[in-house]
Design a binder for this molecule. Structure first.
Ligand code: DUC
Ligand code: ZN
Ligand code: ZN
Length: 494
């Protein structure tokens, strides 16, 4: 090799050794103790254009910097079961729309919500979706996707609307086995499950036996037992157990995965364990009300205050709370959602329809919880030593994102994922409704001692909650089209 060529080679090498331009970040979060479903690690987080673009120690400076000071940073929560501005029969109306509901979500560390576009009987599914987009458009502060509620599976819905909507990014839907205006019979459920199987959608099932509830309700009413607390008597665990078993059987017949929502206690848990032991792909969700409330919260006398905790299935007892905690720890549950269904207590459009204290049958079902979901589980799950931080992240963010086709964009801390993050403050305080940002006039968790609250929530790199103040920007939340659920392999082909 002559000198000239050596020089030439050297030149080339020197050119290649030119330092790469320093990466530019809109924001760097320093000294994070980042937690994902699988790992906890110390890192800086480099963010550009709303996405995480680099993880590592000593990242170059960003245009803005936030020092997490070694605090735990988790992915923003994905609340995969909440009801916002869902149309109700007058005079009842939900207290939270996409503005107040996503405001409350953000302040409680949730950066993605998946509420329900509900089909009314006789309505086309596509019309329900169009109406729901109209309700969300320009109002949300955090990103959102839609589940569908299929209440009228006509041939048009089964053959055309549902398959097309699944292809367009509405890849999950809820089926009700109770509520007169929503419930499907077994044949209809089979039809809808077959569509889920064929098109790769996730079917969520509300499992309570409608006829048993009606029969019990009539008997309670005939005996003059109409106070809120009798709501729990009309919906004992047996009715949930029977419907859960039936849902599992229907799914087995069709050979399709299902996800049983808002599992309340031992009897439904036993059915799900049985299904898993038989190799069936049955996922399960539970909610804060089954960990922190009992049937006694519906009243120990005939006081109407118990209406605040009327939800379905109803909260059970302390032994059942323990069963739910065990299922959260050991993997029985896949997701932990709020089932936020917001109705004001002292309001004619809320828990006192038309201004009256009504019989339990007529009390709107549901309780608020979109803002308290993560702090309750972080406090009493992680900090009380009942579950690992990784399991907390899995249940509240990673698994819901996977179950509904939003992972890895949502639900994790990784290069390429949206910069949806929560920096946790660990401090003890007693919860009061005045601290919350929903439009509901109570929280069922008032008086509960919490040990943590989000010190900061970032949604696609924007600080939306700084621990004291909410930073509103209606319309910053975008609609997310969902992919096929990626939780587990598809059902075996026939
Ligand atoms: N139960 C439901 O099924 N949905 C909303 C609220 C409730 O309690
Ligand atoms: Zn339900
Ligand atoms: Zn619900």
């Amino acid at each position: 090799m002559n000198k000239q060529s050596v020089d030439h080679d050297v030149d080339i090498v020197v050119t290649n050794l030119q330092p790469m331009p320093a990466p530019t970040f809109d924001l760097v979060i320093r000294h994070a103790r980042a937690a994902t479903a699988s790992d906890t690690f110390d890192t800086d987080i480099g963010i550009r254009d709303g996405r995480i673009v680099m993880l590592g120690a000593d990242l170059p400076a960003g245009a803005r910097e936030i020092d997490a000071g070694g605090r735990v940073v988790t992915p923003g929560g994905v609340d995969a079961h909440c009801h916002l501005d869902q149309p109700m029969a007058p005079p009842v109306r939900m207290a939270d729309d996409f503005d107040t509901g996503t405001r409350a979500a953000a302040c409680g560390g949730t950066t993605t919500v998946i509420p329900f576009a509900a089909q009314e009987k006789g309505q086309s599914l596509r019309a329900a979706v169009a109406d729901y987009h109209h309700r969300a458009e320009g109002r949300a502060h955090v990103d959102y996707a839609f589940h569908l509620i299929v209440s009228d599976p006509t041939p048009q819905v089964l053959l055309h609307e549902l398959p097309e909507l699944i292809r367009e990014g509405y890849t999950s839907f809820k089926i009700y086995m109770t509520y007169d205006d929503l419930k499907l019979d077994d044949g209809q459920i089979l039809d809808v499950l077959a569509v889920a199987r064929e098109h790769g959608a996730m079917a969520m099932i509300h499992a309570e036996n409608a006829d048993c509830i009606e029969w019990l309700t009539r008997r309670l009413e005939a005996a003059g037992r109409t106070a809120p607390r009798f709501h729990a008597h009309a919906r004992p665990m047996l009715v949930e157990r029977e419907a859960t078993h039936r849902a599992i059987s229907l799914a087995e017949l069709v050979d399709v995965p299902i996800l049983i929502v808002h599992v309340s206690g031992r009897e439904a848990v036993e059915q799900i364990r049985w299904a898993r032991a038989h190799g069936l792909k049955v996922y399960a969700e539970t909610c804060p009300q089954y960990l922190f409330l009992t049937a006694a919260d519906l009243g120990i006398d005939d006081s109407y205050h118990g209406a605040k905790c009327v939800c379905s299935p109803p909260p059970r007892d302390r032994q059942n709370q323990d069963v739910i905690w065990a299922g959260l720890d050991d993997g029985l549950f896949t997701v932990f959602s709020s089932d936020h269904a917001p109705f004001r207590y002292d309001a004619p459009e809320g828990k006192k329809p038309g201004g009256e204290e009504v019989a339990f049958r007529h009390i709107p079902n549901g309780i608020p919880g979109i803002e308290t979901r993560l702090p309750l589980l972080y406090s009493e799950g992680v900090l009380a030593g009942r579950m690992t931080l990784g399991r907390f992240v899995e249940l509240t963010a990673t698994n819901p994102a996977k179950a509904y086709g939003l992972h890895p964009r949502k639900g994790t801390i990784a290069v390429g994922s949206d910069a949806d993050l929560v920096i946790w403050d660990e401090r003890e305080f007693v919860l009061d409704n005045s601290m919350l940002h929903h439009a509901v006039d109570y929280t069922p968790y008032a008086g509960q001692t919490l040990r943590a609250w989000p010190g900061m929530t970032l949604a696609r790199g924007d600080v939306v909650w700084d621990g004291r103040s909410f930073h509103p920007r209606q319309g910053r939340g975008r609609f997310l089209a969902c992919s096929t659920p990626s939780l587990m392999p598809r059902a075996t082909p026939r």
